[in-house]
Design a protein around this ligand. Structure first.
Ligand code: DX5
Ligand code: ZN
Length: 217
């Protein structure tokens, strides 16, 4: 599958999100939206009203990454708000398959997210129910952390499994993705790349997207 570049708005100016979206309009495939609830992770970011406003402000597919407790209570709302993909964390979900079905029924792609300290093997059997698998390459909660190459073993395992089973699933990496790390993630089997600091921390976010894409195309 062609690589997806998904700039994370977490690294943008929160008072100027529409401008940030506009800045990468021609060069980003998805806009990654990090929803944090101060409980699942010790950080608090943006929620449903902001996603609803973003939906009206940009035509980018919105890739909502829910780092929240009780996703079964909130995730479908993001799908109904027009999110393209809604990822929730396996560590937080009581019934991941049921929630994936509900997300798809609400018109979104269903994403399963796996945090740094969670092994992938116990969850491989869930993958037929999902469109995307987000593998954290840092500990979820904050942008600007150092990429952890040892997380790529999970990417390799997931990609091998998906290929063997003939699953059409995107494997997305999130955390510390930049010009010096994106190629190793792609070689491991990732085909969607979230980048916060590397895009919105750059002087020219659009150019940063183009450079990242060139490294994996
Ligand atoms: C962190 C978020 C990431 C974050 C990545 O928990 O899930 O999406 O924006 O930021 P960088 O690219 O700066 O590591
Ligand atoms: Zn994220």
């Amino acid at each position: 599958m062609t690589p997806i570049i998904a700039p994370s708005l977490l690294a943008a100016d929160f008072a100027r999100l529409a401008e940030a979206a506009q800045a990468v309009h021609a060069d980003a495939d998805w806009l990654h939206v990090d929803v944090m609830d101060y409980h699942f992770v010790p950080n608090l970011t943006i929620g449903l009203p902001v996603v609803q406003s973003l939906r009206a402000a940009t035509d980018h597919p919105l890739d909502c990454h829910l780092m929240i407790e009780a996703p079964e209570r909130w995730a479908v709302g993001y799908a109904e708000a027009g999110a393209y993909n809604v990822s929730f964390h396996v560590e937080a979900a009581a019934d991941p398959i049921a929630l994936a079905k509900n997300l798809r029924a609400a018109g979104a792609k269903a994403g399963l997210a796996v945090d740094r300290d969670t092994p992938i093997e116990p969850y491989l059997e869930l993958l037929p129910h999902f469109d995307t698998l987000l593998i954290m390459t840092i500990k979820a909660g904050f942008g600007g952390q150092k990429f952890m190459p040892e997380m790529l073993d999970k990417v390799r395992t997931a990609r091998r499994h998906a290929d063997a089973e003939g699953l059409q699933i995107r494997v997305e990496v999130d955390g510390g993705i930049a010009a010096d790390t994106i190629e190793q993630a792609a070689e491991a089997g990732a085909d969607a790349f979230v980048a916060g600091t590397a895009v919105f921390g750059a002087v020219d976010p659009a150019d940063a997207c183009r450079r990242l894409r060139a490294l994996v195309s």
